[in-house]
Ligand binder design. Structure first.
Ligand SMILES: [Zn+2]
Length: 156
């Protein structure tokens, strides 16, 4: 009796610990303000945080809007940070350019994006604007040559 209850407690603790670890490992905030190893870059490019349940409800911001997971279908670089309720760009974090004083320039990279109301829109939507920004296109070029190199060297 005593042994089995200890066992159950241990399993509960382990389960809780495992789930926290899994979530925090995929949070882009872990990567965005430090120098990255190749392992970090791969992890960042190939993983993302996914809610533990399909019925997960993203928090509302002060405009009464929420992050929409379906945006990730059109913008594969998009990464949600559960710790900040903000969005980041995996490519621009993986291959960071020189820092800038311009907050718009740092949006999705060192500053989380959470103006959900203006996320979409062909011309002025922030997701499309980021996708076409010089910074993002430069990072994309670096990601492509990085993958080419890894494949050539037999690492992928
Ligand atoms: Zn980007």
């Amino acid at each position: 009796m005593e042994i089995s209850s200890i066992h159950i407690n241990y399993m509960d603790i382990k389960k809780a610990f495992d789930s926290v670890q899994r979530e925090s490992l995929c949070d882009p905030v872990q990567f965005n303000k430090r120098s990255l190893s190749d392992e970090d870059r791969l992890k960042l490019l190939k993983t993302k945080w996914i809610p533990s349940s399909n019925s997960y409800i993203y928090p509302k911001n002060n405009q009464n809007r929420r992050y929409n997971k379906s945006w990730e279908n059109d913008y594969s670089w998009l990464r949600y940070s559960p710790s900040q309720d903000g969005a980041y760009c995996s490519l621009c974090i993986a291959f960071q350019d020189h820092p800038s004083e311009n907050p718009r320039y740092n949006e999705f990279v060192t500053i989380p994006y959470n103006d959900w109301k203006n996320a979409l829109g062909e011309k002025r939507g922030r997701l499309a604007l980021h996708s076409n920004s010089e910074r993002h296109l430069k990072a994309l070029e670096k990601v492509v040559s990085y993958y080419r190199f890894r494949i050539r060297e037999g690492h992928l």
